[in-house]
Structures are given as structure tokens and as C-alpha cells.
Design a protein around this ligand. Structure first.
Ligand SMILES: *Cc1c(COP(=O)(O)O)cnc(C)c1O
Length: 338
């Protein structure tokens, strides 16, 4: 089976497993795990922020940021199709006490759409306390928000006097695709989440990075959420290995995504969203259903995701090589036939 459902399906390589087995460890809740400390220092340096904190998942790190930066009983601006709105089980409401002000208009958040969603000040209407952006944007097919747009979003947040959190689960991909440094992207936001379990190929984990103010309380919030881990250096070693060995190869996933998109562009009945990074979205325009296409592809040996009723998502990653992507192209072309 060729598995294109997500870049989370990668299995740790033998070299990553060796790095994990040999990691120097300590009790991270008690007095710090040396490998976790090394990872946090390296991630803070790469993103140009004073501080980084290792989390078991990106979801917990996003939720911690919402909790830290948002004010209960106010609104958070999020793109309508963002991970925080769609895939975190309404943690905004259940944990942070925030109401989502879903921003529509365009496949990703823009400064113009954000500005249009601002409510006129009124004692009868909710205030907003936070803006969240996502880069790259998963629901939009791994689309990059360029630095100039992210800066414009930050400028709107500044006008409102509220902070910006960046869900940068795949910020690595945005940086590789554009040549914009991670630090330039990160400078736009008060806090940034980056994930190790997507393109970098680690089994789990994420970091929240940020300015000194919010990060002083992040350790406490992580502990309260049940995210204090002990000999977590075993996991941090996988993330360090991913940064050293797999970040430099991320461009290969982008090239393969373009190859897959080019192969399928000529197939009747499908509109391919041109990929910025490692995700290829296939829009079905001849009456096929995503479920039908996914089932046919599965029977032929390729797994992909029915993103919604008429959209199929294919994700390139570490465990899909040139031979596999060529084969996946032929199988999908067959499965997409109306
Ligand atoms: C995967 C993902 C997350 C959550 O990360 P987990 O480690 O799976 O909890 C958050 N945001 C985006 C955009 C993601 O793709």
C-alpha cells in the first residue's frame, strides 16, 4: 500500500530509532531532561524566539497558546477552515473559554478578510482578544501565506491591540518552499507552534515558541493540561534527528507533489489545486464522490483521504519515493475516471 493519507503516517527510520535508544535522559518535570533542553534551545534559536517548550502534541501546544493569549469570554479570529476550528474538538470553547470568530473569504486568512470581520466596538458585542493564523494551511492544500501577508495580518492585530498566534505545524514547509527564514515568519507572532510529527518524521511532538511574557506561564499550562513528561528525551531525540536529517530533504516532498499534480492535471473530471508544498488537493467536478474515488484507489493499492464530499487529499512524505509517487499517479488517474 502507498499511504498518502497524511504526512503523520511516517514510521521512525532505523537511524531515528537508534538516536532515540541512545538519548541521554532525565526527569523533565523534576529538573529537566538534557535532550529535551537541547531540542528546546535549538528550536528557539531556529525560530529566533527567546524560549521554546516541548509538547506531546501540536494540538496541546495550540490549546496552550489559546489559553495563554486569549481572554475567556472574548473572541478569537481564526480562518473558517483552520485546524483550530475543525480538528481540535472545540477546545477553544471547552478549554480556553473563547468564541471563534470564523473568518471567511479566500482559502487562507488574509489581512483584508480579517479587517472585514472586525466588529464595530459596542458594549453589546463580544470583544476580540486573539488572532490565529496557520502556515502552511492544511485545509487549503498546504498553501503558503507569504511573509508580506503575514506581516499585514500582524499589523491588523496590532491595530486592535491583540496578539497573533501562528499554527506553524508545517512552517518548515513554508520556509523551504519560499526561502523565507523560519525566524522572519516567527517574528510576526507572539507564539508559534511547530510540529515534529509531520514532514520531519518523528513519532510525536511539537514545540511552542514565544516571547518571554507568555512563555513564562506556558510551562504551568502544559503541566495543568497533563503534558508534563518525564524521560521525554527519548521523544525529543527523534525530533532532533528529524531537524538534522529530514528538514534538509523536505523539498523532495514538494517536488513529488508537483509531479503528482502534473500527472493528474490532464485527467478529465478533476481540478488539481496547484501545490505550494507537500499536499495535493483534487477537486472532483464530474459527479464522482470523494468516498468513491478513495475506495477505488484503495482497491488498487493507494490510500488517500476524502477531505470533503468532492475533495480528495494526497500528502507526500518521507515514506513515499519517486517510484511510489509515479505508481500513485497511475492508480489515481484510474480511480478518478468518471
Ligand atoms: C497536525 C496539525 C496540528 C496538530 O498536531 P498534533 O501533533 O497532531 O496534535 C495542528 N495544526 C495543524 C495545521 C496540523 O496540521
Amino acid at each position: 500500500m502507498i499511504d498518502l493519507r497524511s504526512d503523520t503516517v511516517t514510521k521512525p527510520t532505523p537511524a531515528m530509532r537508534r538516536a532515540m535508544a541512545e538519548a541521554e535522559v532525565g526527569d523533565d518535570v523534576l529538573d529537566g531532561d538534557p535532550t529535551v533542553r537541547r531540542l528546546e534551545a535549538q528550536v528557539a534559536a531556529r525560530l529566533g524566539k527567546p524560549s521554546a517548550l516541548y509538547f506531546p502534541t501540536g494540538t496541546m501546544a495550540n490549546q496552550a497558546a489559546l489559553w495563554l493569549l486569549g481572554e475567556p469570554g472574548t473572541e478569537v479570529f481564526c480562518h473558517d477552515d483552520s485546524h483550530i476550528v475543525n480538528w481540535e474538538i472545540a477546545g477553544t470553547a471547552a478549554l480556553a473559554g473563547l468564541q471563534v470568530r470564523a473568518v471567511r473569504g479566500g482559502p487562507v486568512l488574509t489581512a483584508d478578510a480579517l479587517r472585514a470581520a472586525i466588529r464595530p466596538a459596542s458594549v453589546h458585542a463580544p470583544r476580540a482578544s486573539l488572532v490565529c493564523a496557520e502556515n502552511t494551511h492544511n485545509g487549503a492544500g498546504g498553501m503558503v501565506t507569504p511573509l508580506a501577508e503575514l506581516r499585514a495580518i500582524r499589523a491588523v492585530a496590532d491595530e486592535l491591540g491583540i496578539p497573533l498566534h501562528l499554527d506553524g505545524a508545517r512552517l518548515w514547509n513554508a520556509s523551504v518552499a519560499t526561502g523565507t527564514s523560519l525566524a522572519d515568519f516567527a517574528a510576526c507572532a507572539a507564539t508559534v507552534m511547530v510540529s515534529f510529527s509531520k514532514g520531519l518524521g518523528a513519532p510525536v511532538g511539537a514545540c511552542l515558541v514565544g516571547d518571554a511574557g507568555p512563555m513564562r506561564r506556558a510551562w504551568e499550562v502544559r503541566k495543568r493540561f497533563g503534558g508534563g513528561m518525564r524521560q521525554s528525551g527519548i521523544l525529543a531525540a527523534a525530533a532532533l534527528h528529524g531537524l538534522e536529517q529530514h528538514l534538509p530533504r523536505l523539498h523532495e516532498d514538494h517536488t513529488r507533489a508537483r509531479h503528482l499534480a502534473a500527472r493528474l492535471a490532464a485527467v478529465p473530471g478533476v481540478e488539481v489545486v496547484p501545490p505550494d508544498t507537500n499536499i495535493v488537493m483534487l477537486d472532483l467536478v464530474a459527479g464522482q464522490t470523494a468516498m468513491g474515488v478513495v475506495e477505488r484507489a484503495k482497491a488498487l493499492g493507494v490510500l488517500c483521504t476524502p477531505w470533503h464530499a468532492t475533495r480528495v487529499r494526497c500528502v507526500l512524505h518521507l515514506d513515499v519515493d519517486d517510484v511510489a509517487v509515479a505508481r500513485a499517479g497511475e492508480v489515481l488517474a484510474e480511480a478518478l475516471r468518471p
